[in-house]
Ligand binder design. Structure first.
Ligand code: PEP
Ligand code: MN
Length: 268
């Protein structure tokens, strides 16, 4: 095991409060919103997320999906992109919520950084070292999602990439991993194993805050609430949850989106 991150834990140097607008604090940090920015609806959704208790709004303007074309008929392809960022800007102004949104590429840091209060690094870029190195050299906080294949040392190594660049404002986001649950034939949208034990396993080595993503851990909305509770009980520092006004109509990840009522219940 690399001693670098461990030594930071020993020195108590991490777990700092992330604070651009005096609203950030990684202590039970609650992030919620739809998988994707779908249009102007994001403005009302943002206000609703705040009413449900969210500390930040999540929504992807740039969306790397397993299949690049999800809705051939309406042309929605991997996000609304620049238009999505513009809408997030308005959602932020009108709701007062900070924005967590994905940056897919080092060349996009400036443009996404005009809106993002936290950069989300998605699963697929977990070991994109060009991106991680670049994120280490700027000061917007980073939510680093675990790759679906990521081992404990690979998670710490990816985090270290950002830390050594000088950016200490990071959190690790755990989500589901490969390793097929045996009940997949009964619950066909479940693609991942939640691997909750990685929360205490990581805590032995680092005090980087850990945000758990029950949506991309379960893939099935009825399991989001119990898995959220389990994650907090086992030591997570916060949650990031996909929620939508009409979950079945979500343009992406509909099977795991939860309604406002359920979200509120989880967040109180
Ligand atoms: C997401 O948060 O919507 C997302 C695409 O997550 P992941 O990168 O974990 O697949
Ligand atoms: Mn999603």
């Amino acid at each position: 095991m690399n001693e670098y991150i461990k030594s930071l834990k020993d020195q108590g140097k991490l777990n700092i409060s992330i604070d651009q607008n005096k609203t950030f604090n990684w202590d039970y940090f609650k992030i919620a919103g739809p998988c994707s920015v779908e249009g102007e609806s994001i403005i009302e959704i943002a206000k609703e997320m705040k009413r449900c208790g969210a500390d930040a709004l999540r929504a992807g303007a740039y969306k790397p999906c397993t299949f690049p074309i999800t809705k051939e008929t309406n042309g929605w392809m991997e996000g609304l992109r620049k238009e999505g960022l513009e809408l997030l800007k308005v959602a932020k102004e009108e709701s007062g919520l900070p924005i967590v949104t994905e940056v897919m590429d080092a060349s996009m840091i400036d443009i996404v950084g005009e809106v993002a209060d936290v950069f989300q690094v998605g699963t697929r870029n977990f070991q994109n070292y060009t991106l991680l190195d670049a994120l280490g050299k700027q000061d917007i906080p980073v939510l680093l999602k675990r790759g679906t294949w990521g081992t404990l040392d690979e998670i710490l190594g990816a985090a270290e990439r950002i830390l050594v660049g000088g950016n200490r404002n990071i959190a690790i986001c755990l989500r589901g991993v490969v390793g097929m649950p045996s009940y997949r034939h009964i619950y066909p949208t479940i693609r991942w194993a939640p691997d909750l034990m990685m929360i205490p396993a990581l805590k032995e080595f680092t005090n980087i805050p850990i945000i758990y993503d029950p949506s991309h851990a379960t893939g099935y909305r009825n399991f989001v609430e119990p898995v959220s509770k389990a994650a907090m009980a086992i030591g997570a520092d916060g949650l990031i949850i996909e929620s939508h006004p009409n979950p079945d109509m979500s343009v992406s990840d509909s099977a795991q989106a939860i309604d406002y009522k359920t979200l509120k219940r989880i967040f109180v």
